[in-house]
Design a binder for this molecule. Structure first.
Ligand code: GLC
Length: 418
């Protein structure tokens, strides 16, 4: 079957009516940033359905403005940790942390596909996006850069950036539990048990303070500055302000957040590493790892010449896509989730940045390599960047979405020309 048709079919099959599962089995709920990508994908063939996805995501916004990372619409015993473990409330129940705020950036792209047909839908979601961005600014950016209180909040769950912060978390008292992820996919591609114990300890802490987000930031076991979210948020503030202008809104407050966040970037620049770096905000120590979080600087127009050098070194070390961790670092693990593999969805964000910075050469190369992965091995969650092996869940929503919106562009053109 034609790859575009396959991609559309994946979106339809993972559609649960207003929201989309990342993939059947492994991820049976609505995930925050996955949903924003799903919406972008839907927008290529069903614009109203794209807006519905954004609506259902924002319908679960908390009173404090946070948009949670998982919305547990329809309880599924095949997933752990489920709503009972989080105990974070909500109807439907949600998790108690957030996820990368790509929504405003992707909403802008969706809006610009057809402004006339989208204006009312945009007007309905805009105030909620503003609330969510205010939450990031007031709750998670109190130290300057965007901070995360759990590695899952970063969207890059087990990347090496979080190792030093995780080392300070006591995972020895979490009690017995049964993981479900390793029953769905090869355990060697998933985080280890020692990491899982700590993930749960952080969830238990959040629960113990009634998910009071300010207390989690000030007293929780884990607090790290995340370059990835910092750049995503910086870009998203900018895009939100553009959307505000389109709706004739006063955007001074949003532009103020953008300026403040940009001014905090020197805090996450590590001269020794010659790159942006995650920082443990409890100890002030850098993680000393270069990975895809740092390269998202391109998305926020925050790249520096030193970063160009690093990007080319890391990228040229593998044949397929930009790896999530430095292939020359000892911790590099080509198939273990965020510790080496390349993620089409992250590549698509980097591509937006390359294009906007006038680096068409980089964008074209990344698109070609990402398309090759999908053409060879399907719509997998992520891939081994050394040999293109498909990893994680299959028929993945966001991989299908970025095929339709970006990676499959040349394929579609070639087909049209044939
Ligand atoms: C994993 C990923 C996260 C994603 C989720 C659902 O937890 O690390 O980024 O949102 O799966 O696909």
């Amino acid at each position: 079957m034609d790859l575009h048709e396959q991609a559309r079919q994946i979106l339809r099959q993972n559609d649960r009516g207003g929201y989309t599962l990342p993939t059947h089995g492994l991820y049976p709920y609505q995930w925050n940033w996955d949903s924003a990508f799903a919406a972008w994908g839907f927008a290529t063939f069903d614009l109203p359905r794209a807006w519905d996805e954004i609506d259902t995501l924002l319908a679960s916004q908390w009173d404090d403005g946070m948009v949670p990372h998982i919305i547990f619409h329809d309880p599924d015993p095949g997933y752990f940790p489920g709503p009972d473990v989080w105990s974070a409330g909500g109807d439907p129940a949600t998790s108690g942390i957030s996820q990368p705020p790509v929504a405003a950036t992707l909403v802008r792209l969706i809006y610009e596909m057809n402004p006339d047909a989208s204006r009312d839908r945009l007007a309905a979601v805009y105030p909620k996006l503003v609330e969510w961005h205010r939450w990031w600014h007031e709750v998670r950016c109190v130290h300057g850069p965007a901070a995360i209180v759990h590695p899952w909040e970063s969207g890059r769950d087990n990347c090496p950036d979080w190792d030093i912060g995780m080392a300070n978390v006591d995972g020895s008292k979490v009690g017995d539990y049964t993981r479900r992820d390793t029953g769905h996919v090869d355990p060697s591609m998933r985080p280890k048990k020692s990491e899982y114990d700590r993930y749960l300890a952080m969830v238990q802490f959040g629960k113990s303070v009634g998910w009071d987000q300010k207390r989690i930031v000030s007293e929780g076991p884990f607090l790290m500055a995340d370059p990835g979210i910092t750049f995503i948020l910086l870009r998203a503030h900018h895009d939100l302000a553009v959307l505000g202008h389109a709706l004739d809104q006063d955007t001074d407050e949003i532009e103020g957040w953008e300026t403040t966040l940009r001014a905090a970037l020197p805090m996450i620049w590590n001269d020794d590493l010659q790159g942006y770096d995650a920082k443990d905000l409890r100890t002030g120590k850098f993680a000393r790892f270069l990975g895809s979080g740092a390269f998202l600087a391109y998305l926020a127009n925050a790249a520096r010449p030193e970063l160009d050098t690093q990007l080319m070194r890391v990228w040229n070390a593998v044949p397929y896509g930009i790896p999530s961790a430095d292939p020359e670092a000892p911790i590099f693990d080509a198939r273990r989730y965020w510790r080496g593999p390349t993620w089409p969805v992250v590549n698509s964000l980097l591509a937006i940045g390359f294009r906007d910075m006038g680096r068409a050469d980089l964008e074209v190369r990344l698109r070609r390599e990402t398309a090759e992965l999908i053409m060879k091995n399907g719509f997998s969650e992520y891939f081994d960047p050394t040999d293109a092996t498909p990893c994680g869940g299959a028929n993945f929503t966001w991989t299908a979405a970025i095929w339709l919106t970006w990676a499959g562009q040349d394929y579609e053109q070639a087909k049209g020309a044939a």
